[in-house]
Design a protein around this ligand. Structure first.
Ligand SMILES: Nc1ncnc2c1ncn2[C@@H]1O[C@H](COP(=O)(O)OP(=O)(O)OP(=O)(O)O)[C@@H](O)[C@H]1O
Length: 664
């Protein structure tokens, strides 16, 4: 628990008297330039409210470290009765040295009265001389020392010896660096003296050591508040500028994910569907039409989204209406499908018979992919043609190659498990996101046609033929194309390259025994196309990693905000001085106001997300920058660093955790 704060703190900061206007101006101007002033004070300097300024500061957190102490003193002496005025003559701050630290020359424009006011320095800072802000006088007046919180210093890098290398001119070994020769272990006699490794390297003992051979030990905590933008970059902004959009997921991706989660959570309160089917409940039908269609499986099939009461997850239940199980082994054949692990197949989880629908039904449980469409819905439906303005525009060849690659990938996974897909048609292939497809309804025919006499080899060859027909159907853009194969192929040949046509011909001849026809042979034949699909997948992967990195910092800030709110204004501790308005948590509360309850010169709320992010990031990083916190009644002013705020927040939170544990 932190040491008790002194209630006299605010007395020390209470403003006294009304100094001359000139010193007020000076103090205001200097502070505006050198210290970031926010808080519940009504600051007239509009520039500070500027979101661009605030967002720019996210990356320049430490730049505002210096400030003119006399100006602060002036501010302390300002009193709350009179406010800054935009019409005040501008003030020239004291000279700053190149690195932004205040130079020896002080402003002479501060009134002697203001200058003689005691500068405020929290006591905690004096006892931490090694971490205190440069240029700040230690002073014994304030007494709100908080429990020292261990700072983060990466461990375990001290004894990493450098490896022979040629990185960055740090060659200390006479031997030339050869990347193919195994590096000696850190403690081998050939290794040079201890150096610190790249703290960001996955393996500090590996190559990274050589590149940092001559650097001093790594001391800096990781600067979490400094956003490290990953490209592609916006050309219209300067290097330090950030858009609020840069810090969150792109809108279209966010929208897509949110729609998917809404679809997943959708329920239908008043349906005729059974409330429970085995261990599933909350059924929602996914079929788009109510027509019974037994063409694919020999039984009308329906599909529902349902929630499992075993694990709470959502699944798709395919129901075959009127199916009667005659052979126990038939339903056990689904077990083999659980071993098929492919990103191009909808995973099968279970199968059982059920009487919940007042009949005898087969239920096959698969993964649920919210808002997915079938290839037929996407490309062959009337709606799809309407989108193409009534024209039969062929699917772009690159997209079709992408489909072929993914189906080949699925068939490889299925065939290598000694199984066959058996159902390969546009209505049974799901598009789960842009150009991303998965074979659906596998395993169903294995149960329904368990007694079929066809061998697996035969069924796998049939898969190749079905695959070819599927591509021709999609390429010709009409579901009935296979009724007239010659015309279909003519159409296909006109629209696509010879390589595509030859690949499809090869597939359509799958049943011929003239040569080895297996999915592996096909995959070898289209290897150049595999590379291009693979490259697209890598680009997609890069894009998603980039999008993910934008959200990374936001999760951290939510945790920080949660912490701040856990600590602030706890009613049960009202009588406890440490938590009260006069204790050490007081300035955390003021900081909350500073972050969220800004008002402008007219007293209107300032809703500046840039300021919120910037302040929270600086708090998280515990920078040495000082801010001025002003109480709601404008009677008290604190000048604190983010570092002190961070320590106070940490110790307060630790205290909460301790008392929480006592209670449980
Ligand atoms: N696993 C699943 N996850 C999410 N949605 C699915 C899943 N399986 C199917 N669907 C959706 O359910 C709808 C119906 O699928 P189904 O496989 O029955 O196709 P269909 O075109 O209706 O075929 P049929 O005419 O044979 O019933 C489609 O819109 C499909 O996108």
């Amino acid at each position: 628990m932190a040491s008790a704060g002194k209630p006299a703190l605010e007395d020390a900061r209470r403003t006294t008297g009304s100094p001359k206007m000139k010193s007020r101006e000076n103090a205001k101007d200097t502070l505006c330039r050198n210290v970031t002033i926010y808080g519940r004070c009504r600051y007239e300097d509009k520039g500070i409210v500027d979101p661009v300024h605030a967002m720019g500061n996210v990356n320049m957190a430490v730049q505002y470290r210096s400030f003119d102490e006399q100006a602060l003193t002036g501010l302390l002496a300002l009193g709350s009765k009179k406010r800054f005025n935009v019409d005040s003559p501008s003030f020239t701050p004291s000279l700053l040295s190149g690195n932004g630290v205040a130079g020896p020359k002080k402003s002479t424009a501060i009134s002697p009265k203001a200058a003689s006011a005691a500068p405020f320095q929290p006591r905690g800072a004096s006892s931490r001389s090694n971490t205190s802000t440069p240029g700040v006088r230690a002073e014994a007046g304030g007494e709100w020392a908080v429990a020292d919180v261990q700072e983060f210093v990466p461990q375990g890098f001290e004894h990493v010896a450098s490896l022979p290398g040629n990185g960055n001119g740090a060659i200390t070994s006479p031997n030339a660096f050869d990347p193919f020769v195994a590096a000696p272990s850190p403690m081998t006699p050939g290794a040079v003296g201890p150096v610190s490794a790249n703290p960001y390297a996955h393996d500090p003992g590996a190559m990274g050591g050589a590149f940092f051979a001559n650097q001093a030990g790594f001391q800096q905590p990781v600067q979490y508040h400094l956003y490290a933008p990953i490209g592609p970059h916006n050309q219209n902004t300067l290097g330090y500028q950030r858009n609020v959009h840069d810090l969150f997921l792109p809108n279209d991706l966010r929208e897509e994910l949110q729609k998917k989660s809404a679809a997943t959570l959708q329920t239908l309160p008043n349906t005729n569907l059974p409330p429970q089917v085995d261990y599933f409940h909350s059924l929602v039908p996914l079929d788009l039409n109510h027509q019974k269609n037994a063409a694919t499986f020999g039984y009308p099939s329906w599909i529902y989204k349902a929630q499992s009461s075993k694990d709470g997850d959502f699944y798709a239940l395919r129901r075959l209406e009127g199916f009667r199980l005659t052979n126990e082994k038939a339903i056990r054949s689904v077990q083999a499908w659980k071993r098929v692990c492919s990103g191009s197949v909808v995973t099968v989880h279970d199968a059982f018979t059920s009487r919940s629908f007042q009949d005898s039904s087969l239920i096959v449980v698969t993964d649920y992919h919210p808002l997915s469409k079938t290839l037929a819905e996407q490309h062959l439906s009337a709606g799809a043609r309407y989108q193409n303005r009534g024209q039969n525009a062929p699917i772009p060849e690159q997209v079709l190659w992408g489909y072929m690659t993914q189906i080949a990938n699925a068939l490889k996974a299925i065939h290598s498990q000694g199984l066959a897909a058996r159902v390969l048609e546009p209505g049974k292939v799901l598009i789960t996101s842009k150009n991303r497809i998965r074979l659906n309804a596998c395993a169903v025919l294995d149960v329904v046609q368990f007694d079929s006499q066809r061998t697996v080899d035969d069924l796998q060859r049939q898969d190749l033929v079905n695959f070819g027909q599927l591509i021709v159907t999609l390429g010709a853009n009409t579901p009935t194309v296979m009724h007239n194969p010659t015309k279909a192929m003519e159409h296909f040949t006109r629209a696509y390259s010879p390589q595509m046509k030859n690949s499809v011909f090869w597939l359509l001849s799958g049943m011929q025994k003239d040569q080895e026809r297996a999915i592996d042979t096909f995959i070898t034949g289209i290897s150049s196309q595999l590379m291009s699909t693979f490259d697209s997948a890598l680009h997609m992967d890069d894009q998603l990693t980039f999008d993910l990195s934008r959200e990374l910092e936001n999760g951290r800030l939510v945790r920080l905000m949660a912490k701040l709110n856990f600590v602030n204004e706890r009613p049960e501790y009202e009588l406890d001085r440490q938590w009260s308005e006069t204790g050490e948590r007081y300035f955390l509360k003021m900081f909350r106001d500073f972050v969220f309850h800004q008002v402008d010169a007219q007293g209107d709320p300032v809703l500046d997300l840039g300021h919120v992010l910037m302040s929270l990031n600086k708090l998280d990083a515990g920078t040495d920058e000082r801010i001025t916190l002003i109480s709601r009644d404008e009677q008290n002013i604190f000048i604190v660093t983010y570092k002190e705020l961070k320590k106070s927040l940490e110790s307060s939170f630790q205290a909460l955790m301790k008392s929480g544990r006592r209670m449980h």
